[in-house]
Design a protein around this ligand. Sequence first.
Ligand code: GLP
Length: 260
Amino acid sequence: MSAPRTITLDNITVYIEANDTDVGKRAADVFCTTLTQAPNAAYGFATGSTPVCLYKELIARYKAGLLDMSGITAFNLDEYYPITKENDQSYDYFMSTELFNHVNVKPENRDIPSGEAPDPEAECLRYEKAIRTQEDFKLQILGIGENGHIGFNEPASTFPAKTNYVELTESTIAANARFFESAADVPKHALTMGVGTIMMAEQVLLIATGPKKSRIVYESLLGSIDPQVSASALQMHRNVTVVLDTDAAHDLLANLDSVS
Ligand code: GLP
Protein backbone atom coordinates (compact mmCIF):
# COMPACT_ATOMS: atom_id res chain seq x y z
CA MET A 1 0.00 0.00 0.00
CA SER A 2 1.34 3.42 -0.84
CA ALA A 3 1.29 6.29 1.63
CA PRO A 4 0.25 9.02 2.06
CA ARG A 5 -3.39 8.30 1.54
CA THR A 6 -6.58 10.01 2.75
CA ILE A 7 -9.89 8.30 3.46
CA THR A 8 -13.16 9.95 4.46
CA LEU A 9 -15.62 8.00 6.61
CA ASP A 10 -18.65 10.26 7.21
CA ASN A 11 -17.46 12.54 10.04
CA ILE A 12 -13.94 11.09 10.17
CA THR A 13 -10.99 11.99 7.96
CA VAL A 14 -8.21 9.40 8.08
CA TYR A 15 -4.68 10.26 6.95
CA ILE A 16 -2.31 7.37 6.42
CA GLU A 17 1.37 8.23 6.45
CA ALA A 18 4.49 6.22 5.73
CA ASN A 19 6.21 6.53 9.10
CA ASP A 20 6.24 8.10 12.55
CA THR A 21 7.91 11.32 11.38
CA ASP A 22 5.28 11.89 8.71
CA VAL A 23 2.52 11.08 11.20
CA GLY A 24 3.97 13.80 13.46
CA LYS A 25 4.07 16.30 10.60
CA ARG A 26 0.52 15.58 9.47
CA ALA A 27 -0.84 15.74 13.02
CA ALA A 28 1.06 19.01 13.54
CA ASP A 29 -0.50 20.41 10.35
CA VAL A 30 -3.98 19.60 11.68
CA PHE A 31 -3.17 21.04 15.11
CA CYS A 32 -1.54 24.21 13.73
CA THR A 33 -4.40 24.91 11.31
CA THR A 34 -6.81 24.95 14.24
CA LEU A 35 -4.39 26.87 16.47
CA THR A 36 -4.07 29.60 13.85
CA GLN A 37 -7.86 29.94 13.71
CA ALA A 38 -8.27 29.79 17.49
CA PRO A 39 -5.08 30.98 19.21
CA ASN A 40 -6.83 31.70 22.52
CA ALA A 41 -8.89 28.53 22.89
CA ALA A 42 -8.55 25.47 25.13
CA TYR A 43 -6.69 22.41 23.83
CA GLY A 44 -6.50 18.93 25.32
CA PHE A 45 -3.19 17.06 25.18
CA ALA A 46 -2.43 13.36 25.48
CA THR A 47 0.41 11.25 26.81
CA GLY A 48 1.77 7.85 25.79
CA SER A 49 4.50 7.12 23.26
CA THR A 50 2.31 7.86 20.21
CA PRO A 51 1.92 11.68 20.42
CA VAL A 52 5.68 12.17 20.91
CA CYS A 53 6.13 12.47 17.13
CA LEU A 54 3.58 15.31 17.13
CA TYR A 55 5.21 17.06 20.08
CA LYS A 56 8.65 16.84 18.43
CA GLU A 57 7.24 18.52 15.35
CA LEU A 58 5.46 21.21 17.39
CA ILE A 59 8.71 21.97 19.23
CA ALA A 60 10.58 22.21 15.90
CA ARG A 61 7.96 24.59 14.50
CA TYR A 62 8.05 26.68 17.69
CA LYS A 63 11.84 26.94 17.49
CA ALA A 64 11.52 27.96 13.85
CA GLY A 65 9.15 30.76 14.87
CA LEU A 66 6.17 29.12 13.18
CA LEU A 67 4.07 28.42 16.27
CA ASP A 68 2.73 30.52 19.12
CA MET A 69 0.99 28.73 21.99
CA SER A 70 1.04 31.69 24.38
CA GLY A 71 -2.73 32.22 24.21
CA ILE A 72 -3.95 28.67 24.78
CA THR A 73 -5.24 26.93 27.85
CA ALA A 74 -3.86 23.39 27.99
CA PHE A 75 -5.67 20.46 29.56
CA ASN A 76 -4.57 16.86 29.67
CA LEU A 77 -6.56 13.73 29.25
CA ASP A 78 -5.54 11.80 32.31
CA GLU A 79 -3.10 11.04 35.11
CA TYR A 80 -2.22 8.02 37.18
CA TYR A 81 -3.44 7.94 40.78
CA PRO A 82 -1.75 8.17 43.12
CA ILE A 83 1.45 9.60 41.71
CA THR A 84 3.59 12.64 42.49
CA LYS A 85 4.29 15.30 39.86
CA GLU A 86 8.02 14.66 40.32
CA ASN A 87 7.69 10.97 39.46
CA ASP A 88 9.21 10.63 36.01
CA GLN A 89 6.34 8.34 35.00
CA SER A 90 3.64 10.85 35.91
CA TYR A 91 1.84 12.38 32.97
CA ASP A 92 2.50 15.81 34.45
CA TYR A 93 6.25 15.13 34.21
CA PHE A 94 5.84 13.66 30.72
CA MET A 95 4.06 16.73 29.40
CA SER A 96 6.70 19.05 30.83
CA THR A 97 9.64 17.15 29.37
CA GLU A 98 8.07 16.16 26.03
CA LEU A 99 6.36 19.45 25.20
CA PHE A 100 5.69 22.24 27.67
CA ASN A 101 9.29 22.94 28.69
CA HIS A 102 10.09 23.64 25.04
CA VAL A 103 7.16 25.80 23.88
CA ASN A 104 5.43 28.92 25.18
CA VAL A 105 2.28 27.62 26.84
CA LYS A 106 1.93 29.75 29.98
CA PRO A 107 2.47 27.62 33.12
CA GLU A 108 -0.58 29.21 34.76
CA ASN A 109 -2.68 28.10 31.78
CA ARG A 110 -1.86 24.40 32.17
CA ASP A 111 -4.14 21.98 33.97
CA ILE A 112 -3.94 18.23 34.45
CA PRO A 113 -5.79 15.99 36.89
CA SER A 114 -3.64 15.82 40.01
CA GLY A 115 -2.32 12.44 41.06
CA GLU A 116 -1.47 14.08 44.39
CA ALA A 117 -5.00 15.24 45.26
CA PRO A 118 -6.11 13.92 48.67
CA ASP A 119 -9.59 13.08 47.40
CA PRO A 120 -9.63 11.67 43.83
CA GLU A 121 -13.40 12.07 43.41
CA ALA A 122 -13.23 15.75 44.41
CA GLU A 123 -10.33 16.23 42.00
CA CYS A 124 -12.44 14.75 39.18
CA LEU A 125 -15.22 17.25 39.95
CA ARG A 126 -12.76 20.16 40.01
CA TYR A 127 -11.21 19.11 36.72
CA GLU A 128 -14.50 18.54 34.90
CA LYS A 129 -15.70 21.97 36.01
CA ALA A 130 -12.46 23.59 34.82
CA ILE A 131 -13.03 22.13 31.34
CA ARG A 132 -16.76 22.82 31.21
CA THR A 133 -16.27 26.47 32.07
CA GLN A 134 -14.04 26.97 29.02
CA GLU A 135 -15.83 29.00 26.38
CA ASP A 136 -13.99 27.33 23.55
CA PHE A 137 -12.71 23.76 23.99
CA LYS A 138 -11.32 23.52 20.51
CA LEU A 139 -9.36 20.35 20.00
CA GLN A 140 -8.52 17.19 21.91
CA ILE A 141 -5.49 15.09 20.98
CA LEU A 142 -5.87 11.35 21.61
CA GLY A 143 -3.82 8.19 21.46
CA ILE A 144 -5.55 4.85 21.78
CA GLY A 145 -4.94 1.94 24.13
CA GLU A 146 -4.64 -1.58 22.77
CA ASN A 147 -8.07 -2.31 24.28
CA GLY A 148 -9.57 0.75 22.60
CA HIS A 149 -9.46 3.07 25.57
CA ILE A 150 -9.18 6.80 25.08
CA GLY A 151 -7.78 8.59 28.09
CA PHE A 152 -8.11 5.83 30.66
CA ASN A 153 -11.73 5.03 29.84
CA GLU A 154 -11.46 1.28 30.14
CA PRO A 155 -14.00 -1.20 28.68
CA ALA A 156 -17.29 -0.60 30.50
CA SER A 157 -21.04 -1.02 30.23
CA THR A 158 -21.62 2.69 29.56
CA PHE A 159 -19.52 5.55 28.21
CA PRO A 160 -18.36 7.62 31.21
CA ALA A 161 -19.82 11.10 30.82
CA LYS A 162 -17.43 13.07 33.02
CA THR A 163 -13.93 13.06 34.45
CA ASN A 164 -13.78 9.92 36.53
CA TYR A 165 -11.64 7.90 38.92
CA VAL A 166 -10.96 4.50 37.38
CA GLU A 167 -9.38 1.22 38.25
CA LEU A 168 -6.98 0.22 35.48
CA THR A 169 -7.46 -3.16 33.84
CA GLU A 170 -4.78 -5.82 33.97
CA SER A 171 -4.24 -5.38 30.22
CA THR A 172 -3.59 -1.64 30.57
CA ILE A 173 -1.25 -2.21 33.51
CA ALA A 174 0.61 -4.81 31.42
CA ALA A 175 0.74 -2.51 28.37
CA ASN A 176 2.06 0.43 30.42
CA ALA A 177 4.50 -1.64 32.52
CA ARG A 178 7.18 -0.99 29.89
CA PHE A 179 7.57 2.53 31.26
CA PHE A 180 7.99 1.39 34.88
CA GLU A 181 10.53 -0.88 36.56
CA SER A 182 7.90 -3.61 36.78
CA ALA A 183 4.15 -4.12 36.40
CA ALA A 184 3.90 -3.96 40.21
CA ASP A 185 5.05 -0.32 40.06
CA VAL A 186 2.24 0.81 37.72
CA PRO A 187 -0.42 2.68 39.76
CA LYS A 188 -3.67 0.72 39.87
CA HIS A 189 -5.92 3.74 39.41
CA ALA A 190 -6.15 6.86 37.28
CA LEU A 191 -8.12 10.08 36.86
CA THR A 192 -9.37 10.54 33.32
CA MET A 193 -11.57 12.83 31.28
CA GLY A 194 -14.75 10.90 30.55
CA VAL A 195 -15.76 9.99 27.02
CA GLY A 196 -18.40 12.72 27.38
CA THR A 197 -15.71 15.25 28.35
CA ILE A 198 -13.67 14.33 25.28
CA MET A 199 -16.75 14.57 23.06
CA MET A 200 -17.22 18.20 24.14
CA ALA A 201 -14.12 19.19 22.17
CA GLU A 202 -15.05 20.77 18.85
CA GLN A 203 -12.45 18.67 17.06
CA VAL A 204 -10.69 15.41 17.94
CA LEU A 205 -7.28 14.42 16.62
CA LEU A 206 -6.52 10.74 17.18
CA ILE A 207 -3.07 9.34 16.41
CA ALA A 208 -2.13 5.66 16.25
CA THR A 209 1.04 3.97 15.08
CA GLY A 210 2.41 0.45 14.92
CA PRO A 211 0.93 -2.97 14.23
CA LYS A 212 -0.37 -3.44 17.80
CA LYS A 213 -2.97 -0.72 17.14
CA SER A 214 -4.17 -2.04 13.78
CA ARG A 215 -7.04 -4.23 15.01
CA ILE A 216 -8.38 -1.76 17.54
CA VAL A 217 -8.25 1.16 15.09
CA TYR A 218 -10.37 -0.84 12.68
CA GLU A 219 -12.84 -1.89 15.42
CA SER A 220 -13.07 1.67 16.77
CA LEU A 221 -13.75 3.32 13.43
CA LEU A 222 -15.82 0.66 11.67
CA GLY A 223 -17.09 -1.64 14.43
CA SER A 224 -20.19 -1.19 16.53
CA ILE A 225 -20.40 1.77 18.89
CA ASP A 226 -19.79 0.01 22.18
CA PRO A 227 -18.47 1.22 25.56
CA GLN A 228 -16.30 -1.90 25.62
CA VAL A 229 -14.23 0.07 23.07
CA SER A 230 -14.40 3.66 24.28
CA ALA A 231 -12.82 5.04 21.08
CA SER A 232 -15.86 3.80 19.14
CA ALA A 233 -17.77 6.79 20.58
CA LEU A 234 -15.80 8.95 18.15
CA GLN A 235 -18.06 7.63 15.39
CA MET A 236 -20.68 9.93 16.94
CA HIS A 237 -18.43 13.01 17.06
CA ARG A 238 -18.89 15.73 14.44
CA ASN A 239 -15.26 16.42 13.56
CA VAL A 240 -12.60 13.72 13.91
CA THR A 241 -9.22 13.53 12.24
CA VAL A 242 -7.27 10.29 12.54
CA VAL A 243 -3.59 10.08 11.62
CA LEU A 244 -2.16 6.58 11.22
CA ASP A 245 1.03 5.01 9.99
CA THR A 246 0.72 2.17 7.49
CA ASP A 247 1.05 -0.49 10.21
CA ALA A 248 -1.79 0.91 12.29
CA ALA A 249 -3.92 1.34 9.14
CA HIS A 250 -3.50 -2.26 7.99
CA ASP A 251 -6.78 -3.83 9.21
CA LEU A 252 -8.83 -0.73 8.42
CA LEU A 253 -7.60 -0.73 4.84
CA ALA A 254 -7.97 -4.49 4.43
CA ASN A 255 -11.63 -4.22 5.43
CA LEU A 256 -12.35 -1.12 3.38
CA ASP A 257 -10.66 -2.57 0.31
CA SER A 258 -12.66 -5.79 0.65
CA VAL A 259 -15.97 -3.90 0.44
CA SER A 260 -15.01 -1.29 -2.17
C1 GLP B 1 -2.21 5.22 28.13
C2 GLP B 1 -2.89 6.57 28.09
C3 GLP B 1 -3.65 6.76 26.80
C4 GLP B 1 -2.78 6.39 25.63
C5 GLP B 1 -2.41 4.94 25.73
C6 GLP B 1 -1.60 4.42 24.58
O1 GLP B 1 -3.00 4.20 28.60
N1 GLP B 1 -3.79 6.75 29.17
O2 GLP B 1 -4.07 8.11 26.72
O3 GLP B 1 -3.47 6.63 24.43
O4 GLP B 1 -1.64 4.79 26.92
O5 GLP B 1 -0.25 4.67 24.79
P1 GLP B 1 0.86 4.53 23.68
O6 GLP B 1 0.71 5.73 22.81
O7 GLP B 1 2.15 4.54 24.43
O8 GLP B 1 0.61 3.26 22.96
